[in-house]
Design a protein around this ligand. Structure first.
Ligand code: HEC
Ligand code: HEC
Length: 429
C-alpha cells in the first residue's frame, strides 16, 4: 500500500519535472505563485544593468529598465511593466471568496466584486471556451469603460497615442507597419500583434513576459517609446475627467487605479474574438466551405508539421521557438533569452496564432516578412539556419514542400479569416 503511494508520488514528481523542462520560455502562469510570474519579466531587468534609477520601487521602473536593456537593440516594447500588474492580482482577493464582512477596510482593488450587469460573452463558432478570471468578471459597464479607455489618447503622456493607434480595429486590431511608432515618433523593434483572440494566449507578448491581459495592459502605458507615461501621470490625466471618476466608481466601486484600468481594458479585449471562419464551417461539416486548394492546403498543414506548432483550434501551441528570423542582424532581438537569461532561449519567440493571419501583414516578431507567401516560404524551409534554430522545425524542412504546395497552404491560411468586431471609436468623455 505504502509502496503504491510512493510510486504515485514518484510518477507525479517526474511528471512535474518534465513539465518544467518543457517550459522553454517564460510560462508565467506555470509558476507557483503570482510574484514568481513577475520575476519572469523582472528577472531580465536587473540582469541588464538596470536603469531603474527614477521610480521608487515602482513597477514602471521595471518597464523602463527592461526598455533600456542594452543587449536588446530592438526595444522590446511594453517592457517589464508587466511586472506591475502581475503583482496586483495577488493583492486582489478573488471576488468570490472575499468575505466582505470579515475584511472591513480592504484596499480599493479589493472591490472586484461584480458590480453591474453580467455580460454574456458569445464565443464565435470553432473557438474553445474562454476562461474569465474570477477576480475580473465581465460586465456590460466594465467592457464599455475598457473600450473607451482603449481609444483614449489621454492615457499617453502627451495625449497623442491610444491602444488603438497600434492595435487598430480597422487593421484587424494590429498595424500594417513592420514595427510600431509610439510617442514622439519613436519606433520600437517589434511588430504589434493583433489583439484578436489574445485572450486565449497562454502568455502575452512575443516573448510571453506577461501572463494575462491584465498583466499586459499597463505595459504600454509606462513604456517610454509607446505611451511614455507613468502610472501617476495616467491617473492624473483620467482623474481630471469627472465622467471617468464616475465610471470607475460605478464599475469598480473605487477611484481610478492602475489595477482597475487594467481590468477594464482586459475585459474589453476579451470580447475581441474571431472564429466562424470557412475553416470552422468546414470542420463543422460544411464540405464546400473550403475551396479545393484550401482543402489540399489544410491536409499539408496538418501532415507536414505546421500544426505541431500552429495547433488548431487557435493555431498556436503558445510554445517558443527560434525560427531564425532577424538572427542575422548585427544585434539580434534576443527574444526569450532577455526574459529567462538562458542562452538556449536566444531568438525564441512565441508561436503566433494564425487566425486572421491574412489580414495582419506584415509578419514575424520584427515585421520583416511583407507577404503571406514570403512568410510561408520561410516556415516551409524550416526557418533560417542559425546556431539556435529549434530542431522542431526539421519536420517541415524534411517535408520538402513544392512551390505548388506552398501556394495551397497560403490559400488555406486565408480560410482562417472569420468574423471579428470592427468598432468605431466611441465618444470619449
Ligand atoms: C506604440 C504602439 C503600441 C501601443 C500604443 C500599444 N501597443 Fe500593444 N503592443 C505593441 C507591440 C509592438 C507589441 C509586442 C511587444 C512585444 O512582444 O514585445 C504589443 C503587444 C500587445 C499585446 C500582446 C498580444 C500578444 O499576442 O502577445 C496586447 C494584448 C496589447 N499589446 C494590448 C495593448 C493595449 C491594451 C494597449 C493600450 C493600453 C496597447 N497595447 C498599446 C504596440 C503597441
Ligand atoms: C517549430 C514550430 C513551428 C512550425 C513547425 C511552424 N511554425 Fe510558423 N511560426 C513559428 C514561430 C515561432 C513563428 C514566429 C517566428 C518569429 O517571429 O521569429 C512562426 C510564424 C509563422 C507565421 C507568421 C505569423 C505572424 O502573425 O507573424 C506564419 C504565417 C506561419 N508561421 C506559418 C507556418 C506554416 C504554414 C508552417 C508549416 C509549413 C509553420 N508555420 C510551421 C513556429 C512554427
Amino acid at each position: 500500500m505504502m509502496r503504491r503511494l510512493w510510486q504515485v508520488v514518484a510518477v507525479l514528481l517526474v511528471g512535474i519535472g518534465l513539465m518544467l523542462l518543457a517550459t522553454g520560455c517564460p510560462k508565467p502562469q506555470s509558476d507557483e505563485n503570482a510574484p514568481a510570474s513577475t520575476t519572469g519579466s523582472g528577472q531580465a531587468a536587473p540582469a541588464e544593468g538596470g536603469t531603474p534609477a527614477a521610480e521608487p520601487a515602482g513597477p514602471e521602473m521595471t518597464a523602463s529598465s527592461q526598455q533600456s536593456a542594452p543587449e536588446t537593440p530592438a526595444p522590446t516594447s511594453e517592457g517589464g511593466a508587466s511586472a506591475e500588474p502581475a503583482a496586483s492580482p495577488e493583492m486582489t482577493p478573488p471576488a468570490a471568496d472575499a468575505p466582505p464582512a470579515e475584511t472591513p477596510s480592504q484596499q480599493p482593488a479589493a472591490a472586484a466584486a461584480p458590480v453591474g450587469t453580467p455580460y454574456e460573452l458569445k464565443i464565435p463558432a470553432g473557438l474553445p471556451p474562454l476562461e474569465i478570471p474570477a477576480d475580473n468578471p465581465l460586465t456590460v459597464e466594465k467592457i464599455e469603460l475598457g473600450k473607451i479607455l482603449y481609444f483614449d489618447k489621454r492615457v499617453s503622456k502627451d495625449g497623442t497615442i491610444s491602444c488603438a493607434t497600434c492595435h487598430d480595429p480597422k487593421m484587424a486590431w494590429a498595424e500594417h507597419t513592420p514595427t510600431s511608432k509610439g510617442i514622439h515618433e519613436q519606433v520600437g523593434g517589434r511588430n504589434a500583434p493583433t489583439v484578436i483572440n489574445a485572450a486565449y494566449a497562454a502568455a502575452q507578448f512575443w516573448d510571453g513576459r506577461a501572463a494575462t491581459l491584465e498583466d499586459q495592459a499597463l505595459g504600454p502605458v509606462a513604456n517610454p517609446i509607446e505611451m511614455g507615461n507613468t502610472m501617476e501621470g495616467m491617473i492624473q490625466n483620467l482623474d481630471a475627467i469627472p465622467q471617468y471618476r464616475e465610471m470607475f466608481q460605478k464599475v469598480f466601486g473605487t477611484g481610478i487605479t492602475p489595477e482597475a484600468f487594467a481590468k477594464a481594458v482586459a475585459a474589453f479585449e476579451r470580447t475581441v474574438l474571431s472564429g466562424d471562419s470557412p475553416y470552422d464551417r468546414f470542420q463543422a461539416g460544411q464540405a464546400d466551405a473550403l475551396t479545393d486548394a484550401q482543402k489540399r492546403g489544410l491536409d499539408l498543414f496538418k501532415n507536414s508539421g505546421c500544426a505541431d506548432c500552429h495547433t488548431p483550434p487557435l493555431f498556436s501551441s503558445y510554445e517558443y521557438y527560434n525560427a531564425g528570423v532577424g538572427m542575422d542582424r548585427e544585434k539580434p532581438d534576443e527574444g526569450c533569452k532577455a526574459v529567462t537569461g538562458e542562452d538556449s532561449d536566444m531568438g525564441a519567440f512565441r508561436v503566433p496564432s494564425l487566425r486572421e493571419v491574412a489580414n495582419t501583414a506584415p509578419y514575424f516578431h520584427d515585421g520583416s516578412a511583407a507577404t503571406l507567401e514570403e512568410t510561408v516560404a520561410l516556415m516551409v524551409a524550416g526557418g533560417k539556419d542559425n546556431p539556435h534554430r529549434s530542431v522542431e522545425f526539421d519536420t517541415v524542412r524534411e517535408a520538402k514542400l513544392t512551390p505548388e504546395q506552398q501556394k495551397d497552404i497560403v490559400e488555406f491560411l486565408k480560410a482562417l479569416s472569420g468574423t471579428y468586431p470592427i468598432i468605431e471609436p466611441p465618444q470619449l468623455p
